[in-house]
Design a protein around this ligand. Structure first.
Ligand SMILES: *[C@@H]1O[C@H](CO)[C@@H](O)[C@H](O)[C@H]1NC(C)=O
Ligand SMILES: *[C@@H]1O[C@H](CO)[C@@H](O)[C@H](O)[C@H]1NC(C)=O
Ligand SMILES: *[C@@H]1O[C@H](CO)[C@@H](O)[C@H](O)[C@H]1NC(C)=O
Length: 314
């Protein structure tokens, strides 16, 4: 009798764990970005795997302007949670293109965002970051915001309480997931026509006020680190940081001016040793901390996700 009472009490607790204050939202059960530990980890203290020119995927080795081999859904399956892409106009529609839309056209930004939105709807415990570039200074209100709005992405976008956010001021992944605002969208320039204007309350965030990057498109496989791009007023140690861990090489014989993504060395570039050495080389500029974003070409090659897991302490 006593035993069955205890059993009944135990079952009652299981079904109503509020009794012990153990009630956690269901989403916590499967963790945040795949790890229970990351639910309590601030966004600014997390390392994410990034895909460089994520839209420029092709299985064809002769597509010289490609940077990736697998499409967006497969990149996301591999663990990519930071998507980088370059916006250009094609017939007055915002597309993601590599340098120009005649060289590599990844299609309309709205369509791209719909693809990512589908993944986010199917995976409610994931925090995602966009780092988009706007080399042609296209009007944000006219081209960028409508692409977010029409794709249905806007309600998911994180709006900081104030801009710029310091590295240690960001919420935890769990808080972002619970609030529903679990997508962070950075744009490198062109916000309100300048590189740095940012009306508070807007969802497209000025990248270099909150993120610094080291040298991009390096041709040195040792990836010597320095603070290459950043903006005032925050010090780099108060900003998030991205390592551009994608190697470029002279791919066309006798044409040294054409530098392309180095597919041949990708297994070594995307190996554990190279990524961790690069991260380590940046620690003088981060107060000893790991990078927030590890940006790779060919995310399906090498050990990108393993390296990111290690940087996160897993
Ligand atoms: C997170 O904090 C830990 C402990 O201070 C540190 O070792 C790690 O490098 C940090 N990671 C990032 C991305 O800030
Ligand atoms: C752009 O910035 C100016 C000056 O800060 C401001 O008056 C104007 O309302 C902004 N425009 C938009 C579309 O945000
Ligand atoms: C590549 O970077 C390493 C490490 O900083 C440096 O010693 C070397 O001289 C660089 N190589 C070239 C060709 O710049």
């Amino acid at each position: 009798m006593q035993l069955s009472l205890r059993l009944a009490a135990f079952i009652a607790i299981l079904y109503n764990s509020d009794v012990l204050g153990l009630s956690l939202p269901m989403r916590r059960a499967s963790g945040c970005n795949g790890h229970v530990e990351l639910c309590e980890r601030p966004y600014g203290n997390t390392t994410f795997l990034g895909s460089h020119d994520s839209f420029a995927f092709s299985g064809n080795p002769l597509a010289l302007a490609r940077t990736q081999e697998v499409d967006i859904p497969n990149q996301l399956k591999l663990g990519v949670r930071m998507l980088q892409a370059q916006g250009h106009l094609n017939k007055d529609v915002l597309h993601f293109c590599h340098t120009s839309c005649s060289l590599f056209d990844g299609g309309p930004v709205e369509k791209y965002l719909k693809t990512v939105k589908k993944f986010l709807d199917e995976n409610p415990n994931e925090v995602m970051t966009f780092v988009f570039t706007n080399p042609d200074n296209l009007d944000v209100e006219k081209y960028w915001k409508p692409a977010f709005d029409k794709s249905g992405m806007t309600p998911l976008l994180y709006v900081p309480s104030s801009t710029p956010m310091k590295r240690d001021d960001w919420p935890t992944l769990g808080e972002m997931i619970e609030s529903g605002q679990r997508v962070i969208a950075f744009l490198d320039k062109g916000i309100n026509g300048t590189d740095s204007d940012q009306p508070d309350g807007s969802f497209i965030l000025p990248e270099f006020k909150m993120v610094w990057e080291d040298t991009f498109s390096s041709t040195n496989s040792s990836f010597p680190c320095k603070v290459d791009r950043t903006e005032q007023p925050l010090q780099p140690t108060d900003q998030l940081n991205m390592i551009n861990h994608n190697l470029n090489a002279q791919v066309i014989p006798f044409v040294p001016s054409v530098l392309l993504s180095d597919r041949l060395n990708a297994p070594k570039t995307n190996g554990m040793i190279s990524i961790l050495a690069h991260a380590n080389g940046c620690t003088p500029f981060t107060d000893g901390r790991a990078p927030n974003f590890v940006l790779l070409d060919y995310v399906n090659i090498g050990q990108g996700m393993e390296a990111v897991n290690q940087l996160n302490g897993f």
